[in-house]
Design a protein around this ligand. Structure first.
Ligand SMILES: Nc1nc2c(c(=O)[nH]1)N[C@H]1C(S)=C(S)[C@@H](COP(=O)(O)OP(=O)(O)OC[C@H]3O[C@@H](n4cnc5c(N)ncnc54)[C@H](O)[C@@H]3O)O[C@H]1N2
Ligand code: MOO
Length: 390
């Protein structure tokens, strides 16, 4: 058995960053920016009013001062002239500030009568002007690599970037294996259960930029597994689920070997997740996940997501972790790193009562994994433990 860190390093050795492709801005959310992009214009492109009111010269602003109204500036329609002393322009939020003006007095502080406006006795400080390029200037850079979220998309739109280079989405073929499995919605036989973690993994990898191909369930025989591996051809990553352990019906490793798997490792000092295997298989990377529903999902967080990040150009690093104080006492840990389903309430980490790797309900209620190193000594309330969000 190798350590989690060694397994991760070997997995990173198997993958490389995907090439880039150009996509429209609408298709870019969730993708990873492959090259720096630069703003094509200033934003705002002109000094703009931040309020509805009157554009004036700030030097002339005083309680009770009067101005002659000479025109209007609205968003999209600038006042064509130049403001002379003693003049004001009616202005609305987003409109270009007229030449000669440097201040907007909000309309609440003004009385208008015909083409004369008079300021009240108390005027707020203003100036309610957004200087040109206050948000960003032409040429401002968004640096790659970067996973593009909704805020980035809005910023890129404002920069007038309609198309951009992103790394290609990794394709992930997912093969659930087992005679006992049926698909959700099917009628299970008396000894059957519903395939679950294959759906969970598809959702997990798709939420992190990959395209999942959920293949038909492979049965616990050589032919069926061979068919599944054939169907998976061409995927960047092939994930099998189950059949990874030492039982008579655990055939995944053997069949994969006959089909060209060059094994990188098998078995990790980790709980859950011990019988993990991985290697190169034709043009793909194959990772054999343990069948227990929670084991497969935990391995998804600890190994598959970091691999997908590396494949999308985000670098080779373990899942982000943080420290939190323990809410309960814990006994000494055994020889395998323990990834405990836990909750984080008011910043305090508390593991679920049962850590059986078959219990998806416990996983669905957990918001973090608490990570205990091999042989970690007993821990008391308040001691800091390493955690990761899931
Ligand atoms: N003698 C030993 N037995 C086991 C060991 C061991 O070291 N010695 N390791 C245990 C550990 S740890 C794990 S984890 C499991 C992993 O076994 P497999 O990868 O071979 O998985 P299966 O036996 O095929 O399935 C285990 C369990 O999970 C259910 N399963 C499988 N696939 C799915 C799916 N897609 N959706 C929902 N549930 C699934 C399956 O029905 C079994 O109940 O081995 C231990 N045994
Ligand atoms: O490693 Mo198994 O995944 O402990 O249940």
């Amino acid at each position: 058995m190798i350590s989690v860190d060694d397994a991760l390093a070997l997995l990173f050795d198997l993958v490389s960053p995907s090439p880039s492709e150009t996509v429209t801005l609408r298709a870019a959310a969730g993708r990873v920016l492959a090259e720096d992009v630069r703003a094509l214009r200033d934003q705002p492109p002109f000094d703009a009013s931040a309020m509805d009111g009157y554009a004036v010269r700030s030097a002339e602003v005083a309680p009770g001062a009067s101005f002659r109204l000479v025109g209007e500036a609205a968003a999209g329609h600038r006042f064509p002239g130049r403001l002379a002393p003693g003049q004001a322009v009616r202005i609305f939020t987003g409109a270009p500030l007229p030449d000669g003006a440097d201040r907007v007095v909000i309309q609440e502080d003004v009385t208008a009568s015909g083409d004369v406006i008079t300021l009240g006795q108390s005027i707020d400080t203003g100036p309610h002007v957004r200087p040109a390029a206050a948000d960003f200037a032409a040429g401002a850079r968004m640096e790659a690599p970067r996973r593009l979220g909704a805020h980035d998309i809005a910023l890129l739109a404002a920069m007038n970037i309609a198309e951009l280079p992103v790394t290609r989405r990794p394709t992930v073929a997912i093969i659930a294996t087992g005679d006992e499995l049926v698909m959700p919605g099917e009628e299970p036989g008396p000894d059957q259960i519903i395939a679950s973690n294959s759906f969970g993994l598809a959702a997990l990898v798709e939420a992190h930029g990959a395209v999942a191909r959920l293949l038909p369930i492979a049965r616990d025989n050589i032919e069926s597994l061979q068919t599944a591996f054939h169907q998976a051809r061409g995927a960047d990553l092939i994930l099998t689920i189950g059949g990874a352990s030492v039982g008579d019906h655990d055939l995944v490793g053997d069949v994969a070997a006959t089909m060209g798997l060059e094994r990188s490792f098998y078995k990790i000092a980790m709980r859950p997740g011990k019988p993990l295997m991985a290697g190169r298989m034709e043009g793909s990377v194959m990772v054999g996940l343990p069948g227990n529903p929670v084991s497969a999902m935990v391995c998804g967080h600890v190994f598959i997501l970091p691999m997908l990040r590396a494949m999308q150009g985000l670098g080779a690093g373990a899942a982000p972790s943080f420290d939190a104080p323990l809410g309960v006492e814990l006994p000494q840990n055994g020889p395998r790193a323990h990834y405990m389903r836990a909750s984080l309430a008011n910043g305090v980490a508390a593991p679920a009562a049962s850590q059986d790797s078959a219990l998806l309900g416990v996983l669905a209620r957990a918001d973090i994994l608490m990570i205990r190193p091999p042989h970690d000594p007993a821990r008391g309330v308040g001691e800091m433990v390493k955690c990761m969000h899931i």
